[in-house]
Each structure stands twice: as structure tokens, then as C-alpha cells.
Ligand binder design. Sequence first.
Ligand code: ADP
Ligand code: MG
Length: 386
Amino acid sequence: MRNILSARVRNKHILFRADYNVPIKNGTVTNDKRIRATIPTLKKLLARGATLVIASHLGRPEGKKRAEFSLAPVARRLEKLLGKKVEFLPDCTGSAIERAVATSKNRIILLENLRFHPEEEHNDAHFAKQLARLANIYCNDAFGVSHRAHASVHAITRHLPSFAGPLLLNEITMLSALKKPKRPFIAVLGGAKVSDKIQLIEQLSKKADAVLIGGAMMFTFLAAAGNETGTSKTEKDYVPLARKLLRTKKIIIPPDVVLDNKKTVSVHALPKNRAGLDIGPETRELYSAIIARAKTVFWNGPLGLFEKKPFDAGTLAIARAIAHGKKVSIIGGGDSVAAIEKLGLAKKFTHLSTGGGAALEFIEGKTLPGIAALHKNKPKRADKRA
Ligand code: ADP
Ligand code: MG
């Protein structure tokens, strides 16, 4: 992949695909982390004489122009963070937009939400061609959407010389550390559902030395091990698969849990009318001891219902154990990263991945269409994915 920061960009228009899919409330950006992350790159490219035509999606407007998904609030925040005028255009394709981009006196332009057009998610060739008319070169710095074959990350690369942005390259470098990890390599998996993460669990049970299970998904495993799980979130359909995974001997399940009435019980004594909402203190200790010996840790998924006290105790204890000492620690997943930020521990880890689904697919070993498309000697017909 070619890095945009090594490209000749003077007097060029760069179609810069960013991930500005940020939370917005009453027309104001409530978390601008993703916008801030792009600022150093945008400044460098401007200093080198490029004009930036920035494109992004926001939310799921489902192919229709819907005001609540407008990127206008992002343009205002970007302007503040850059300290420079950002011209916001009300659409991303069409002759009026082409004219506006070509004649603009501004060197930073933000296009309206790509997903106002259904063609974006359909990876439509004509739509990609129209986008390509706005620039001379293309840069993908949106790792979080690179697992999708969408027009602005995939089809577009057939129409413009294509480069990778520094955020995307950094994600790949960091996540690649898990391909040949220093051992012991421990995976910690929690979060909502086994069904969301089957492939991740299977892959990690092959690669890691141990997989520590927590979160709501632990109950499917506890059921597979023959325990009563009461009213805890248990996915009955996945019990056989969990049983199969337990036979690998890599999977470690909690000895105790904290119930919805805040009492701790052994997993062999979970009452029928109660739900487990966190790992218990014995589990925290056991997991922390295993993590203490690790050289590499990958963590996805909160260990309990961390949004609600005191059910954040398990997540907090494990976060601290991972943050402690010298090890490569990589965290993936939207809620996992949010949990760590809420706990104020973000700086303690080697890498917090911004691309939830994309990071998980990368670790599962899948080819991400947006990344494959950036490789110089890519095959003419990129592989179609479901
Ligand atoms: P990520 O976004 O990091 O991949 P998930 O979306 O899989 O994580 O799961 C996060 C959600 O799982 C959180 O909202 C958390 O409250 C919930 N959760 C974790 N453990 C439990 C539990 N024991 N019972 C109910 N919900 C849980
Ligand atoms: Mg989530």
C-alpha cells in the first residue's frame, strides 16, 4: 500500500475518505475523537499544497437524504479544530458539486453524507466514477469501514490513483502484532453475544494460549459446561458450539458471577430466577493472574454490564490487569473502547482500535475489501464478499 504522506500532492485535489461517523446530539458533535485523529494528516497535506475533498458516511440513513444524518455539524467542528475555513457542500456527487469543487476558493471541502445515496453501500461503479471526478487522487483513512465493499472505499480505487492514510496504516501495523504474537498470548472476550463473535472466538481459540470468557456470552459457555444460568442472557442455540470450543481446553470460564441483586455466587449455584451481570471476585483474581504472565493481550467485549455500577467491577479489574506491566495490549470493539475511556484508562494500552467490526474481521484473518483494493498490484476484479 502507498502512504498518502509519501505522495506528490502539490496542486492536487485529494478525495479523502475519512471516518467521521461521530455521535451528534441536537446538531452538535458530542465526541470528536475521530475528527481530531485526522487533523495532523489534513494539516500536513494542506501544507504540501493539496486541496482536500473530504468524504464520509454518518449513521444509517438508508440511502435517503435525512437531515438528522447531515455532516454539517462535523464541518463546523472540523473548522474549529483546524482553525481554517471548511466549505460544506450539500451533496457528494453531481454537476453542481463538481462545479463547486472545481471553482472553490477554499482548500478544505467536506461533502455531505455518502450514504444519502444507496449507490454508496451498493459499491456502484457509476457513483464511484462520479466521486472520482472531484479529485486527482484518492486516500482511504477510514479503517472502520474498510471491511465493507462500499463505493467510497472499494469501487473508487478503480478510478483514481489510490493511497492509504496514516490512521489506516497504523491500525494494520498494530493489529498485525497479533499475527505473530509474543507468548503467552491471552485473549479476553466478553460483550453481548456469542452469536456476534463466533468466528472471533474460534480463531482466537486456535491462535491464543488461552481465551478468558466474560460478559453476557459467558452464560452460553457456562450452560455448555452443565451449569444452571437462571435468567442470564444465554443463547441456547449456541450451547453445542460452546461445548465444542470448551473441548479445545483453551477456553477458560468464570468460577463465580455477580447477580442482578448484587450478590456473588459460584457458577454452580446460580438461582433460576436471577441473572448474572458481571464476573465475580474469584474470577477477577484468576483472570488477572493469567493476564499478569501474558506478553500479548487482545481484549474485546466488556466483562459485565459495565454501564451500571457495581457491574463495572469486572471490566475495571481486567482493564487494570491488562494495563499493568510491560505487554502488548490491543483492544478492539466499540463498547470495549468506550468502557476503557469511561474508566479513564485509554492511555495505558498499546493500541485502542477505532474500527470495531473491521478490527475483528482483520483479526479473524479475513481479507478486508477496502484494504485489498489499496494494494498496488491488486487483481482487476476484486473479490465480491457477502
Ligand atoms: P463490543 O462493542 O466491544 O464488541 P459488545 O457490543 O459485544 O462489545 O458488548 C457490549 C455490551 O455487552 C455492553 O453494553 C455490556 O453492558 C453488555 N454486557 C456485558 N456483560 C453483560 C451481562 N452479563 N449481562 C448483560 N449485558 C452484558
Ligand atoms: Mg458493541
